[in-house]
Design a protein around this ligand. Structure first.
Ligand SMILES: *[C@@H]1O[C@H](CO)[C@@H](O)[C@H](O)[C@H]1NC(C)=O
Ligand SMILES: *[C@@H]1O[C@H](CO)[C@@H](O)[C@H](O)[C@H]1NC(C)=O
Ligand SMILES: *[C@@H]1O[C@H](CO)[C@@H](O)[C@H](O)[C@H]1NC(C)=O
Length: 365
């Protein structure tokens, strides 16, 4: 009998230790990834409660600031006043922070006073676009006040809904752009217009693109479009593999680059076609599509150029998984044939660097 009791005790201990490890992994993953720089706060809510507005999670500001500065420096990019928008990833900074510098490093903050954020919704279903009801986004680097006038203007159109503050707080797609924007616009007065882009049908993407196009030709406006690229592996239920490219990660890269090339053409219909053919798990496909429609409908000629492509790790077997990160700048095309910017744009091409996996943990969605 005592032997049976001992075995049961050991079994229970085993189960409990398993549970403990499970909790550690989940909790650890969550802290590190989704709430890596958890930075959202909203004035009204806090004011009503008579509380100070402060980030939920304390993060060493100096470290974050230095990290971002280092990545921006390492990108070696020259700021251009002609860059009106970026497409940038939104994973934890240990995964995509470096790649993101190739988007945000293009921004010349001098004349920009407003940044529209277009981010996909990860946790909340809506077939529409939704506006933030917060008044300020706080980051460890600095506050980004929300442009309440433009929010009112957009709200008045009746085309957008309002997102619940809980949805706003839970969504990391725009959140992960904030510390970078706060850094790039440090010392400049800038406001943000956060727009959560739901699971839009093609006609809604076109409608929102036409509607928002009027904001594009104002050089004071800037657009920060949030997306990761392929989420590959059984955990993402996406394992498209075309053997003609060689290793799995090469196939993923070929698939992503096909999408990036299409985005660079600026044709939202071709992008739609690509998505329906290959089902690439580009989480920001709706914000990207809206942005393509905006560019198509605005009077100035703006061209998207991808400057960086990375993968969180190199998939070699079907047990592996990875997330891809691609950074792009959307730049006004200068007509003069002698303009250095145009020459620069025409000659720029991808920088082909795949980095080794930064961590063994899985990147977030
Ligand atoms: C900012 O705007 C002013 C006035 O329009 C212009 O003269 C200047 O060149 C602009 N600076 C940059 C960096 O775009
Ligand atoms: C994408 O999805 C469609 C429809 O579900 C399917 O017919 C097609 O084979 C898929 N393509 C790939 C490459 O998985
Ligand atoms: C452009 O460059 C060419 C040759 O370098 C020169 O002959 C021409 O005058 C330039 N045009 C303008 C508008 O500056």
């Amino acid at each position: 009998m005592p032997q049976v009791a001992l075995i049961q005790l050991l079994q229970i201990a085993w189960l409990l230790s398993g549970l403990f490890v499970h909790l550690l992994v989940c909790y650890g993953g969550k802290l590190k990834i989704r709430k890596f720089y958890y930075v959202l706060a909203h004035d009204m809510h806090q004011r009503n409660k008579g509380m100070d507005v402060r980030p939920r999670m304390q993060w060493p500001t100096k470290k974050l600031s230095e990290e971002i500065e280092g990545w921006l420096r390492a990108s070696g990019l020259t700021k251009s006043p002609h860059v009106r928008g970026v497409i940038a990833p939104h994973a934890g900074y240990s995964y995509s922070g470096r790649a993101a510098a190739y988007a945000f490093g293009n921004i010349d903050p001098t004349n920009i006073t407003r940044v529209f954020l277009l981010g996909p919704s990860h946790h909340h279903y809506t077939p529409k676009c939704a506006l933030s009801t917060a008044t300020v986004y706080k980051t460890p680097i600095g506050d980004l006040p929300i442009d309440l006038e433009v929010i009112e203007e957009l709200k008045a159109s009746g085309k957008l809904e309002l997102m619940d503050i809980i949805v706003d707080e839970a969504e990391h797609s725009m959140e992960m752009h904030l510390p970078y924007l706060a850094k790039v616009f440090e010392g400049h007065q800038v406001k943000v217009v956060p727009i959560l882009v739901g699971a839009l049908k093609a006609e809604s993407e076109a409608m929102y693109g036409q509607f928002l196009a009027k904001y594009v030709d104002d050089p004071q406006n800037f657009f920060s479009v949030s997306s990761d690229f392929c989420h590959w592996g059984s955990r993402f239920k996406y394992m498209h593999y075309d053997k003609k490219h060689g290793a799995i990660h090469k196939s993923i890269e070929a698939l992503d680059r096909m999408g990036m090339d299409i985005i660079e053409t600026g044709n939202p219909d071709a992008f739609k076609q690509y998505l329906s053919e290959f089902n690439n798990t580009i989480c920001g496909r709706h914000p990207i599509s809206v942005f393509l429609h905006m560019l198509r409908n605005c009077p100035i000629n703006i061209k998207i150029n991808f400057l960086r492509y990375e993968q969180s790790s190199q998939c070699k077997t079907t047990r592996d998984s990875s997330v891809s990160y691609a950074s792009a700048a959307a730049k006004v095309v200068i007509i003069s044939p002698n303009d250095s910017d145009t020459a620069e744009m025409q000659s720029s091409s991808y920088i082909d660097i795949l980095r080794p996996p930064p961590q063994t943990q899985h990147p977030p969605l």
